[in-house]
Design a protein around this ligand. Structure first.
Ligand SMILES: Cc1ncc(COP(=O)(O)O)c(C=O)c1O
Length: 362
């Protein structure tokens, strides 16, 4: 007999992208590339690496639980008040804090499907129901999502750009949702890939937060800033939302090395610019090659591409892996012929395309 909370019995532990070392061990191959977790192929800013080295001898001390310096730098960078920010050990933790602070018995979450797994996990842990609304043309079907809003709805999620499809919802459309939501409901805008977006119609989340609207925008240092291994992300919201989330935040949740690395990364916007430029080059190359191969994909505003292989994705995944290329299968999103591939360096992109061509027999 299980003595744990009933609501978590159906919760499956998160399945991450397969680590390079695991593939090397399991398959006995040396030359492996990972394009599975939307990391930055160029790694972190050299300034962040330097800051980490300089800080190393101070790690016997607890971190600053309030992230004072990082908060100040980031508030300045975004043009918001410092108390409009909450930090987490990755954006993941911020998602859980949102659930812990606002979801109670009988509350519901509305989100798209397929979508990033952690919103549903956070709702399930709080014993709350999630209404999953199928994407239309691989993007949020906002009208259908709004139809699901009822007196129990507490959080409405827009993943912008969406994971796994890379599609965007325009700021005007987000604002339409914001205007339509009842007062008790929070609009959660997951903007983990914010820095990669080049569509001018993109978000006004900072402005909405400054206006005191019920929004929380999520961003992270894991993606364009290349600090995924250090775990640091943040939420931007009006004070009344941040203040509630601060009540459930674990003490010292963002480690000190992550804090100094994040500050150094913020101060190296050239690294962001270079990464965006490379991502745009990668997108162009992948589109061109996939078009030539006649393989369908969804144009992306992020650093990953949603590709319909037309074949069993698990087989495609395992054949690619045997040849040293790790991607993500679509079956975890109930899309049995899709894969999600992260954009890489020029060399990695070429290797992915050549290997995919071989695996698909094209
Ligand atoms: C849409 C989305 N949100 C949030 C996250 C969380 O990222 P992290 O916890 O590394 O900040 C991810 C990571 O892949 C993501 O894809």
């Amino acid at each position: 007999m299980s003595i744990c909370r009933k609501c978590i019995l159906n919760l499956k532990p998160y399945v991450p992208g397969k680590p390079i070392e695991e593939v090397k061990r399991e398959l006995g191959i040396d030359d492996v590339i990972k394009l599975a977790s939307n990391e930055n192929p160029f790694g972190p800013s050299p300034k962040a690496v330097e800051a980490i080295k300089n800080y190393a001898e101070q790690i016997s001390l607890y971190p600053d639980g309030s992230c004072f310096d990082l908060r100040k730098e980031l508030a300045n960078h975004l043009g918001v008040e410092p108390d409009m920010l909450i930090f987490g050990a990755g954006g993941d933790e911020v998602i859980f804090y949102l659930g812990m602070a606002f979801l109670e018995d009988g509350d519901e979450v509305v989100q798209a499907d397929p979508n990033f797994a952690e919103y549903k996990a956070a709702a399930t842990i709080m014993d709350c129901r999630t209404n999953m609304v199928p994407l239309q043309n691989w993007t949020h079907d906002l009208d259908a999502m709004l139809e699901k809003v009822n007196e129990h709805t507490k959080i409405f999620v827009i993943t912008n750009p969406n994971n796994p499809t890379g599609t965007l919802v325009s700021a005007d459309d987000v604002e339409r949702v914001l205007d339509a939501l009842p007062e008790r409901c929070i609009l959660f805008l997951d903007e983990a890939y914010y820095e990669y977006v080049d569509d001018p119609k993109y978000t006004r989340s900072v402005q909405w937060a400054k206006e005191g609207r019920n929004v929380l925008a999520l961003r992270t240092f894991s993606k364009v800033y290349g600090l995924a291994g250090l775990r640091v992300g943040y939420g931007i919201g009006p004070k009344h939302i941040i203040e509630s989330m601060e009540r459930v935040r674990a003490p010292f949740n963002v480690n000190s090395v992550a804090q100094v690395a994040a500050i150094a990364s913020l101060n190296d916007q050239n690294q962001v610019k270079r990464s965006r430029e490379q991502n745009n080059r990668s997108k162009e190359y992948l589109y061109k090659e996939l078009d030539t191969m006649g393989v369908a994909y969804t144009p992306t505003q992020a650093n990953f591409l949603w590709v319909d292989t037309g074949q069993d994705c698990k087989k495609v995944f395992s054949d690619l892996m045997k040849l040293g290329v790790i991607v993500r299968t679509g079956d975890i999103f109930d899309c049995p012929t899709h894969i999600r591939v992260t954009t890489g360096t020029d060399e990695q992109n070429e290797r992915f395309i050549n290997t995919l061509r071989q695996v698909l027999g094209l």
